[in-house]
Design a binder for this molecule. Sequence first.
Ligand code: SAH
Ligand code: DHB
Ligand code: MG
Length: 222
Amino acid sequence: MHHTWEAVDHYFEAATGASDAVLSAVLRAAADAGLPPIHVSPLQGRLLTLLAQMRGATSILEVGTLAAYSTICLARGLSPQGRLTTLELDPRHAAVARANLAAAGLDDRVTLIQGPALDSMRTLHARGHRVDLVFIDADKAGIPDYFELAVRMALPGAVIIVDNVVREGKVLDDSGQDPSVEGVRRFAASLSADPRVTATTLQTVGVKGYDGFTIALVARIP
Ligand code: SAH
Ligand code: DHB
Ligand code: MG
């Protein structure tokens, strides 16, 4: 079905230059390898770049790499000496992502850890790894756990972005039947009582349909 918002997405994609040869090559390699086309859209990727730049991010953590499309967008917003760590469960996705990061010239600034993200986050946290921007975009059932660890790893003033919190309004399904929806709902239900963060949700439409991001700011004085 054609939606006006797809054409508008393409219009602003061209107007802003949010797509380029590097990102197009990432998508071609991902499609050639048979990976699902569930990466952030070009304009959403530009939002990730801008949020990282606005934060002056020096230590970014990404949960859910796929082919490294969002990884590259985030890495482009790193400050000059900044580093990014990205976590991916699927070894096939990780292999495609590593090749794409090398082709983008970012393999010296990005570390990909292959394995269950919760294990990797616990290890990083135990080692004292600290982050100033986190993008949570892996399995949706895991969002409450990923968010809690992200807050614990956060430097004061860190930004945490959670993808796919709307899912065409599926977030309103309170039947308890869908583990992805339950993950988002349990996370959302925790936000207002959490004094460590201030959050909002931005509903989005575009080439990925109707979805949204929750964006949280971790307090500077906890
Ligand atoms: N952030 C990417 C899209 C990620 S898609 C982009 O926008 O370009 C979600 C990814 O999370 C998939 O690659 C999937 O394999 C991965 N994933 C799912 N469960 C995971 C887990 N438990 N730990 C780490 N990664 C996981
Ligand atoms: C799915 C996952 C995503 O991270 C996304 O942005 C879109 C779809 C999915 O699992 O279907
Ligand atoms: Mg996503």
